[in-house]
Design a binder for this molecule. Sequence first.
Ligand SMILES: [Zn+2]
Length: 260
Amino acid sequence: MGGTGQPDQSGTTTNSSADTADKIKETETSKDTSGSSENPDETINSEQTAVTANLPVSSNKDNWALYVIGNDNPLPNDFTVEVKTVAGERTLDKRCADYAIQMLNDAKSQGVGLYVTSAYRSIQYQADNLQNYISRLMAQGYTKEEATKQAHKEIALPGHSEHNAGLAMDIVSNDYWSNHSDLDESFDKLPQYEWLINNSWKYGFILSYPKGKEDITGFIYEPWHYRFVGLEHAKKIHEVYEATGEFLTVNEYIEQYFSG
Ligand SMILES: [Zn+2]
């Protein structure tokens, strides 16, 4: 199989991490979090109330946010998105940025310090990151072919990541990087993870890559990665979780609610 480009239907896909880019850590590693101090908008709260009131909540209007991005569904090469700042230098598609800002502000006001370690990443950034990693492996003695194969296992291809769409954020605790050198599964032991699971749906975000769903998503379990699907869809997906303990992936949700 040639990397992760064309997984078949039998679940033999090699799962990659969507977030190896973050493991290298993006250049800005400030521990200052939640973005409020750097947000240029001083009247954020009053504006948000107004914006939220005007944001679409019906399924039909939220459907724009449901598109699947993954190994089988890359973004087009000419994909562009208008982004808006959500925290520090982190940006998201402006259609979901206000929801993210509200979530971060509400978490902060509840004493839960969240740190957005990555959000929108351009396809070019993803391509550069992949190339840098291949170069690094070659410097360690891999042939170009081996390095490319290995890199494709670990890093989402350009255009294959929800980050490229501006819909996803990687969120950890304020002090996460003081205790970890990497994004890893242990994040799900932290209270910040609990808060995200219990609250992110209220702002239209869901856990994209749940444990046990690796064959469906094509990505490893990523308890730090949250993706916008809109308020109503996130609510339904959360209701399934409350009832069964299962996190539906976007693919599964679309199949269950929109097929036939
Ligand atoms: Zn991510």
